[in-house]
Design a protein around this ligand. Structure first.
Ligand SMILES: Cc1ncc(C[n+]2csc(CCOP(=O)(O)OP(=O)(O)O)c2C)c(N)n1
Length: 514
């Protein structure tokens, strides 16, 4: 068999089921080999769609998808969403073609240093040197991607290593699992929590799974500590029946009041909170002065087991014995279609098991609270701050979970980066509803600028944050790519459009005019 066939058979044998691809001439051996394996090939019309989709797929399935990318330029187009995936600790295996080894000296137009592009977003990078090595490299790439807590592996395969003869697929390599947390660390945290300090568990990674939150909820009930999530979690299971977990605010001054008086912050697969940007005179690290920072579990450790061990060490009663906390659900809003109203309508209408891919930026600030008592759902956030994650991440999540409804709650500015995702959603007939928050501005930049004291920007400065001249026509953009769409400019029309979208079979887009 060829190196390409051996690579794909190896990946398939290791459990890979999907390949998000945008290929070129140097990947055609891999393209042709895809018909010989049970791997679903999904075309993305921009590489940022492929990488964002692989991220969404990984967050929802826990398994790596392949991306198939064309040399340095194709990889470069994928980087922004690989950056988000790296921050999400999503397992992904990038297969990147390169010129045949014997063609390198020619310095043909598409030649570049692919590895130098791959390193900043990958935890593992390798260039295959011979067709006989390709399958083993692929097996190592999958294991590297799956090593706890998950990450991006990039395998560069020159064209001659794809087409050359290989001995056969390689055996699957068992990935390194999450390390158990040592008992003395659990006991240390339990001891400190027993002192009755003003304490909080700061939850990230798998601490935000149902299992992790249930154990954290037991700890909170036994000790009175607060539960706080990372601001931008990769995947946060939410909704009625789960313990109350507050989310860290965004701006440092808001965080300061939110954490004021805290004496101990316990890190549970989260890292110390830091300011998203550096503001002169404001500390980068957000743990209040005098607050002890104590680690229960590092991100690569088994945080769910650690939280359960902590609850047991505190003799906390099991969750079955305690009623789930309950809060009133918000009322259907009336009046103007404000950003808050959009979030509330979504929180009230989202169905059981929804996957909410949230890149709503300024529009969605209040959605989080509103959705606390919504039916059980998964929330996927913008982990790395690189906008344009939402549409592809929703695409990948829908491929991972075909029985669930995916709702991409999406800023219009970010959506313009990766709107090609709509075409893939139409082609694959995915259950993705896109809610475009059409404020026709880079509102967050306007807010940041105002907070920095620039209340009256000059015409040039304003023009760089204004999307209203001309306003993107999302209904036409969506229908042009095969996705039915509607425009909503009032609470009633939004509610009606969302109901219609929820009863549709395939994708749907609603332009919410704010
Ligand atoms: C790749 C990338 N480019 C640029 C930025 C800077 N940036 C941050 S938010 C933003 C605008 C977001 O606009 P939109 O999605 O419409 O949300 P809004 O702020 O209007 O709520 C930009 C350009 C970024 N974070 N990532």
């Amino acid at each position: 068999m060829t190196g390409a066939e051996a690579v794909l058979q190896t990946a398939s044998g290791a459990g890979v089921e999907v390949c998000f691809a945008n290929p070129g001439t140097t990947e055609m051996a891999l393209v042709n080999a895809l018909d010989g394996v049970p791997i679903r090939a999904v075309l993305g019309l921009f590489e940022g769609v492929c990488s964002g989709a692989a991220d969404g797929y990984a967050r929802m399935s826990g398994r790596p998808a392949l991306t198939l990318l064309h040399l340095g330029p194709g990889f470069a187009n994928a980087i922004a969403n690989l950056h988000n995936a790296r921050r999400a600790r999503s397992p992904i295996v990038n297969l990147v073609g390169d010129h045949a080894n014997w063609h390198r000296d020619a310095d043909a137009p598409l030649s570049s240093n692919i590895a130098s592009l791959a390193h900043p977003v990958s935890r593992w990078v390798r260039e295959t040197t011979a067709p006989e090595r390709a399958a083993l490299d692929a097996a190592e790439a999958v294991a590297a991607a799956l090593e706890s807590p998950g990450g991006v592996a990039t395998l560069i395969i020159p064209a001659d290593c794809q087409s050359g003869e290989a001995p056969g697929p390689a055996q699957c390599i068992p990935p390194v699992p999450a390390r158990p947390v040592r008992t003395h660390r659990v006991e240390h945290v339990a001891q400190r929590l027993r002192r009755g300090q003003n304490a909080a568990l700061y939850l990230g990674g798998r601490a935000l799974s149902v299992r992790g939150q249930r154990a954290a909820g037991r700890v909170a009930r036994a000790t009175g500590c607060r539960l706080i999530s990372e601001r931008f979690p990769a995947r946060f299971e939410r909704g009625a029946g789960l313990p109350k977990v507050d989310r860290l605010p965004y701006f440092p001054d808001w965080v300061a009041s939110f954490l004021e008086g805290l004496q101990m912050l316990v890190l549970a697969a989260a890292v110390e909170p830091v300011a998203f940007f550096g503001y002169p005179g404001v500390p980068s690290r957000l743990t209040p002065g005098g607050c002890a920072l104590v680690t229960l579990a590092e991100p690569d450790e088994d945080v769910e087991a650690a939280l359960e061990a902590l609850a047991n060490a505190l003799d906390a009663p099991s969750t079955d014995l305690a009623p789930a906390p309950s809060e009133p659900r918000p009322q259907m809003p009336e009046g103007e279609l404000t950003p808050d109203a959009v979030g509330t309508v979504l929180a009230l209408l989202q169905p059981e098991g929804a996957i909410i891919v949230d890149e709503s930026n300024t529009t969605g600030v209040d959605y989080f609270e509103a959705a606390t008592m919504a039916p059980r759902h998964s929330l996927l956030a913008l982990t790395g701050g690189s906008i344009g994650m939402g549409p592809p991440c929703a695409t990948g999540a829908a491929i991972a979970c075909p029985d669930r409804t995916v709702i991409n709650f999406q800023g219009d500015g970010g959506a313009m980066y990766t709107l090609q995702s709509l075409w893939t959603q139409a082609r694959e007939q995915l259950r993705v509803i896109t809610l475009i928050c059409a404020n026709r501005a880079y509102r967050i930049l306007q807010l940041e600028s105002a907070r920095a004291g620039v209340t009256e920007p000059g015409p040039q400065a304003f023009s760089l944050t204004d999307l209203s001249r001309p306003p993107p026509d999302w209904v036409h953009l969506a229908t042009g790519m095969g996705v039915p769409a509607a425009r909503a400019d009032s609470i009633d029309s939004l509610r009606d459009a969302l109901r219609r979208a929820l009863s549709a079979q395939g994708p749907y887009l609603i332009e919410v005019v704010l």
